[in-house]
Design a protein. Sequence first.
Length: 81
Amino acid sequence: MFWQLNLILLTLVVVCAIAAVNARDLFSSAVILGAYSFFMCLLWVEMGAVDVGFTEAAVGAGISTVFFIAAIINTTRRTKD
């Protein structure tokens, strides 16, 4: 049973990584990277590394995603000259 869950999580991680690289919009790429971090968190917890999974959830899926989205919102798409 456990290897099936690991396989599903690993597949979701790979799909999120490919989707983040191929995304056209920066906002959608940042959200997909947040999902990637969340699935990595679940994978770490499933493998028994709860402390690493908690850190991945807090830093990777939480703070980094918020910083990415804040940076995208604060940038402009056109030059001002």
